[in-house]
Design a protein around this ligand. Structure first.
Ligand code: FES
Length: 136
């Protein structure tokens, strides 16, 4: 701890005090080559800290795995499924997790997805109040 304290209280102030920092913008042009070399590590460190800080706080694009649809019809710009309402039958479950191998029909893959990710997605279940056989 004493080494760090000495570094911060003695070495760093002495180093900064001896840097040939010009008093004005025009003074930059008057710096000699050796003064530039003396400034180089300091300017490099400030640039590195600025870059690291910028990278930490800049808005990043969402990671690829934040997409809901990871593999279904990725060649299409939009996945749209049309179903004739007359062909629905008495009950059908549509996938909302985008993991079904029978997409757009739910095959239960949401259970594995939920276990692996802690998610809670499930299918959209369409069900007739009365079975079709009862209405005929
Ligand atoms: S498989 Fe996707 S909701 Fe069931």
């Amino acid at each position: 701890m004493e080494v760090i304290s000495s570094l911060i209280r003695v070495t760093l102030p002495n180093y900064l005090k001896n840097l040939p920092v010009p008093a004005s913008i025009m003074g930059i042009a008057r710096l000699s080559g050796s003064e530039w070399l003396q400034l180089l590590p300091f300017v490099g460190m400030i640039s590195l800290l600025s870059y690291v800080t910028y990278q930490a706080f800049r808005s990043k694009p969402p990671p690829k795995d934040s997409c809901v649809n990871l593999k279904i019809q990725k060649e299409s710009s939009k996945v749209v499924n049309m179903v004739d309402i007359e062909e629905l039958g008495d009950k059908v479950s549509y996938c909302r997790c985008w993991r079904s191998k029978k997409f757009p029909i739910c095959d239960g893959s949401h259970n594995k997805h939920n276990e692996e990710t802690g998610d809670n997605v499930g299918p959209l279940v369409l069900k007739r109040k009365e079975p079709l056989s009862a209405t005929k």
